[in-house]
Design a protein around this ligand. Structure first.
Ligand SMILES: [Zn+2]
Length: 386
């Protein structure tokens, strides 16, 4: 955003700073706010009063005094409204209702078997309505919904291509906004996952990370200096379609030998089906019972994952690589093969710096990132992005 000397804009910036500081550090007194932000006490007071009128901040009892009168403390009103996050996977819809700090207060999951956009959108609409019905009363109600979708999404919320869902050019944002009647933000599911981990999960303190969503396919949310690197058209991160076998297996994208043909949940399930295992849950259950076949399949997929991760380590020199989505459930069997492959195949300097971890929000990184997207869109209406 371009900044000018415009008074209105200066006020917006100051108000954003005040609210952000309260969100991060509350409870705070007005004097502490003034010290922390460097803003004049009178300015802080005016802005705080506005935020109280807007029901985004409220006052609680008295704080500790350093001498004189005990100060009133200010707290962020995290239940002034609620957001919905939706992870639109290929085989499931996971939806959550969160408060304005991303705490989950309602959740539901539906099975999905791919399908035409119309039917899938109807299910998303029903899921959102059912969560909305369970939302506690609040001044703002539902402030918006964020959707993470396993596909290539442009800036207008159009799903250009979702090979694993079989979708092309679906105007997801417009269609859902019409149905739901509140703002909808659309993101690629891996970017949403990266955002979730940055905001609420394992990457809260990190700067340069790659979040890998390993589910039906593989996508990456690439974060540089805590900003998503989206590419010139917004399509970056389609790392599952990088080639690791010159004449390998055919992929739905049209290429041969794509990484996700060897290292995704669908690739491991393709092999599992030859053993008569039809569902990922069954395969996990078998591995837990130490079935040698199930454990072997996870070791193989772990090694293939490690090969691609070594490429990421060499390319980006990230401080943290987070493995998220469904494959986090196989952590105990894939962790060692991944680490071995990375140790074997990446360059020593980058490898020493890169930590490989599993997403701390487990299968909920994308859904929480999507909810966070909706929350930031709500706040940025009257504020500026700092
Ligand atoms: Zn491909």
């Amino acid at each position: 955003m371009q900044t000018t000397g415009d008074q209105h804009l200066v006020k917006k910036i100051n108000k954003t700073i005040v609210l952000d500081t309260i969100i991060k550090h509350s409870p705070l007194s007005r004097a502490q706010l003034s010290d922390m932000t460097g803003l004049h006490k009178g300015t802080v007071s005016t802005l705080v009063n506005e935020l109280i009128d807007e029901k985004l901040v409220y006052e609680i009892g008295l704080g500790r005094s350093s001498g004189g009168r005990k100060p009133v403390m200010l707290v962020f009103h995290k239940t002034a409204g609620y957001a919905v996050g939706v992870d639109l996977g290929v085989r499931y819809i996971l939806a959550v209702l969160t408060d304005l700090e991303g705490r989950i207060v309602g959740e539901l999951q539906l099975d999905l078997e791919g399908g035409e956009p119309e039917g899938v959108l109807k299910l998303v609409e029903e899921a959102v309505h059912s969560l909305k019905a369970g939302a506690p009363p609040s001044p703002y109600g539902i402030v918006g919904a964020g959707i993470g979708v396993a596909g290539i999404v442009d800036d207008n919320g159009i799903v250009l291509l979702a090979p694993n869902l079989g979708w092309e050019n679906v105007e997801l944002q417009r269609l859902l906004q019409e149905k739901l009647g509140f703002p909808v933000a659309i993101d690629n599911e891996a970017n949403a996952g990266a955002l979730g981990e940055l905001q609420y999960g394992a990457a809260r303190e990190a700067s340069d990370i790659v979040y890998l969503s390993v589910g039906t396919g593989i996508g990456a949310g690439i974060v540089i200096g805590r900003q998503l690197m989206k590419g010139s058209g917004g399509f970056s991160g389609e790392i599952g379609h990088t080639t690791i076998e010159t004449n390998g297996k055919k992929c739905r994208c049209g290429n041969k030998g794509c990484w996700e043909q060897y290292a995704s949940e669908s690739s491991v399930m393709e092999k599992a089906r030859t053993l008569g295992i039809g569902k990922f849950d069954e395969l996990i259950a078998l591995a837990r019972r130490e079935s040698p076949e199930a454990v072997r399949l996870f070791h193989e997929v772990g090694e293939s994952l490690g090969i691609g991760i070594a490429n990421i380590v060499n390319t980006f020199n990230p401080e943290l690589i987070l493995i998220g989505n469904q494959m986090t459930r196989a952590e105990q069997w894939i962790r060692n093969p991944i680490e071995r492959a990375v140790a074997h195949r990446s360059l020593p300097y980058s490898r020493q710096q890169a930590q490989i971890r599993f997403a701390s929000l487990d299968t909920h990184s994308a859904v929480l990132g999507a909810a966070h997207h909706a929350i930031s869109a709500f706040f940025s209406k009257d504020r500026v992005t700092l």
